[in-house]
Write a protein that binds this ligand. Structure first.
Ligand code: T1G
Length: 693
């Protein structure tokens, strides 16, 4: 065994060399790893007894890509491209031995090898698009040569991980070896290559798939059209498509040069900076400064849900999906039956799309126990209420649960804004009470706000966060305040959207500006979709807001064919002349002289107060870090990932810019725009939310 450098060793078994990389946690292509690869290949080639080389990794995975943390820093060591060139140009067959996840530059290393073998549990992929990048080490040039253009376009623009068996079928790997026997299997494969005197198969030389593609140039336009909605606003997918086009139409080396040029553009782009920030933010969110990793976790084998409505049913599905038995409680049989039927229908719809079998559906439904009795929750480890959003109702329920639930059970409320401390005070065990704020639809939306009460215990927090990860959520631990993090900031945007419409904009102007910014829908279209009458009653309606006026006219949104917009039978929205007239009348009644409102003002008035509110949330300690707030907004409200989240966006504008604009609005529009202390402080010091405190 020869140590090549701190992360690479080379040993020789007979006439086969084995180059082992060991750079935890994921063998990312750091400078040391690249140097080790290049030096190791050279040393193996310089050994006349060596007739083949296996590249394998220690630890949990094959190379999982370039070192994301190194982007934007001065390059060090052997370049990735040089490293791959040395592999592909080696005098002997080089075999990549893959386990774990060979991703990005890691799979590109494997593609530069002459052969690839993998254990069945391994996965391969080119997820650079999720970082606002494209595979910058030949992935867009080599992969189409193996799997064809259509497959390559789908694989690279989706960033999906592909299981080893599917990789074998697509030709991305050449053989599977026994699980847990990767080294032995790779060595055996290498001996077979030698015994059969197989050629040095260079992917760059494969051309048959490209020849076929040259006769179908329309593939690219069709792919662009089919994915226009999914790619809207993102730069990387179009660059990827252009690179794959180049693979079809240019010689390999020219295609590589083209890929390199587009890669460098993306690396330098604000979108990629944002998406790389989000990558680390999604990992930071699980780090809880005052809840150590070794905090004891409570049992969570049986779940009780109170309420079988939209939220309760959706929440139940999260746990049924991971095989946990769920007891769901309602007050009336018809409501219970409706709730259970909705859960089954949701699963059956998923099965129709081929993502579940009917057996899966039956197995999950068999885990569900519907009941009208709260007492049935006596042996639940976790009880989640999803009943009517009313404090009195919730306090009464928690007082009852306190007498029913077993000692140590976690009692969670799904409230979206009510005071978790007040709910906890209705029990004799406030340390067991926590907020689990699911976002609707609860079986789809990835975000979970975990709301810690003042007395919530650390084991309850740790248990909740661990369970959140098990059900596939991304969880942000937040503090108790009206609307917690997401809805508290949303209130800022909703207020300004309504005010801007009175001052001179129309709902469709505000929606257009925010959709152009990157949101999937604007606030008014969202309100029509959700229903304008949520929480509205005719008895209490005063006709003082557009929402009330519209509800009084039975314009309650898409479900009534009209809300802020008019809808046709296919629910296509058009701006409503009726609503325009109502807005003008309301503004007149309120003595408002309407004026032209610019798109810039719409954006600034909707977004900057959100950033300012996020700063207040941080000041008050209701979120652990700014990037947690960004995770909330990206995963709960559709903030475009390529803008990093509201706090990252504020940083990208410069907090001085945000502060000055807030000061200007404050002078003109009042206290809603008073810059927070933290915003003032950071702006005055020329710092960012994302800088270490
Ligand atoms: N670079 C740097 N750090 C990385 C990393 C990477 N590529 N991947 C993971 N980490 C860190 C991560 O931050 C965390 O750190 C720890 O490893 C465990 O990660 C030229 C330009 C591999 C599937 O996009 O998808 O190649 O929080 O918690 O759940 O064309 O990590 O412990 O301090 O996610 O087991 C392309 C990204 C890069 C893969 C493992 N590659 N990584 O998941 O662990 S661009 C990727 C992942 C590129 C080339 C281009 C996952 C994983 P900490 P984890 P996991």
């Amino acid at each position: 065994m020869t140590s090549i450098n701190s992360v690479t060793e080379l040993d020789v078994e007979g006439d086969i060399a084995v180059l082992t990389l060991n750079s935890p946690p994921v063998n990312a292509l750091s400078a040391d790893v690249r140097d080790g690869l290049a030096l190791g290949v050279a040393q193996a080639a310089a050994n006349p007894t060596v007739r083949a080389l296996v590249i394998i990794c220690a630890g949990k995975t094959f190379i999982a890509g370039a070192d994301i943390a190194a982007f934007g820093k001065p390059p060090k060591g052997t370049s990735t491209l040089e490293t791959l060139r040395s592999i592909e140009a080696a005098r002997m067959p080089v075999i990549a031995a893959i386990h774990g996840t060979a991703l990005g530059g890691g799979f590109e290393v494997a593609l530069a090898c002459h052969y690839r073998v993998a254990v069945p549990s391994a996965k391969c992929g080119l997820p650079e698009v999720k970082l606002g990048l494209l595979p910058g080490a030949g992935g867009t040039q080599r992969l189409p040569r193996i799997v064809g253009v259509e497959n390559a376009l789908e694989i690279i623009t989706s960033g999906q991980q592909i299981g080893a068996r599917a990789c074998l079928e697509k030709g991305m790997v050449d053989a599977l070896v026994d699980e847990g026997q990767l080294r032995q299997g790779a060595l055996a494969f290498a001996r077979q290559v030698l015994a059969e005197n197989r050629p040095l198969k260079k992917v760059r030389d494969l051309d048959d798939k490209l020849v076929a593609a040259r006769s179908k140039p329309e593939v690219f336009a069709e792919f662009r059209k089919a994915n226009a909605k999914k790619f809207r606003g993102f730069e990387a997918p179009e660059s990827i498509i252009r690179c794959v086009e180049a693979a079809v139409n240019l010689p390999f080396d020219e295609g590589m040069a083209f890929e390199r040029s587009l890669f460098l553009e993306l690396v330098a782009s604000s979108q990629s900076a944002a998406q790389r920030y989000v990558f680390f933010a999604e990992r930071a969110v699980w780090k809880l400064p005052d809840v150590p990793d070794d905090t004891p976790v409570l049992p969570a084998a049986r779940v009780g849900i109170v309420g079988a409505g939209t939220m309760g049913g959706g929440i139940a599905m999260n746990f049924l999906n991971i095989g946990l038995p769920v007891t769901i409680v309602e007050t009336r049989q018809d409501a219970l039956d409706r709730g259970v039927a909705t859960i089954r229908r949701n699963y059956e719809n998923t099965a129709k799309r081929g993502r579940l079998t009917l057996t899966d559906v039956d197995q999950r439904m068999a885990l569900l126990t519907p009941t009208l009795s709260l007492d049935a929750l006596a042996d639940s480890d976790l009880v989640i209420e999803a009943v009517f959003e009313d404090m009195a109702v919730k306090k009464t329920l928690f007082a009852r649960l306190d007498t029913i639930a077993k000692p140590g059970a976690v009692l969670a409320t799904n409230t979206s804004r009510l005071d978790v401390n007040e709910i906890a005070a209705a029990t004799t065990r406030p340390e067991s009470v926590i907020g689990l704020h699911f976002f609707s639809p609860a079986n789809v939306m990835r975000l979970l706000e975990v709301v810690r009460g003042d007395k919530t215990s650390k084991p309850v927090i740790a248990t909740s966060m661990k369970l959140a990860r098990k059900i596939g959520k991304i969880a942000a631990l937040v503090g108790v305040c009206p609307g917690f993090v997401g809805n508290r900031m949303l209130a800022q945007r909703q207020r300004e959207a309504q005010q801007l419409v009175l001052e001179g904009a129309m709902p469709w102007d505000v929606d257009r500006v925010l959709v152009d910014f990157g949101f999937p829908m604007g606030p008014f279209a969202m309100s029509d979709l959700a229903g304008l009458d949520l929480g509205w009653t005719r008895e209490a309606s005063t006709g003082q807001t557009m929402r009330e006026i519209l509800c009084e006219l039975d314009r309650r949104g898409q479900k009534t064919g009209a809300g802020y917009y008019d809808y046709d039978a296919q629910r296509n929205a058009t701006p409503s002349p009726v609503v325009e007239k109502l807005i003008l009348e309301l503004a007149t009644r309120k003595g408002i002289t309407r004026r032209a409102v610019s798109d810039a003002e719409i954006l600034e008035r909707c977004i900057y107060p959100m950033v300012n509110e996020g700063a207040k949330i941080l000041e008050e300690g209701k979120a652990i870090r700014a990037s947690d707030i960004d995770i909330v907004w990206i995963n709960g409200y559709g903030w475009p990932a390529y803008r990093g989240g509201p706090m990252f966006y504020g940083d990208s504008l410069g907090l001085g810019v945000v502060r000055d604009k807030m000061r200007e609005f404050h002078a003109r529009l009042g206290d809603d725009f008073r810059p927070s202390n933290l915003l003032e402080k950071l702006a005055n010091e020329g710092r960012r939310f994302q800088d270490p405190a």
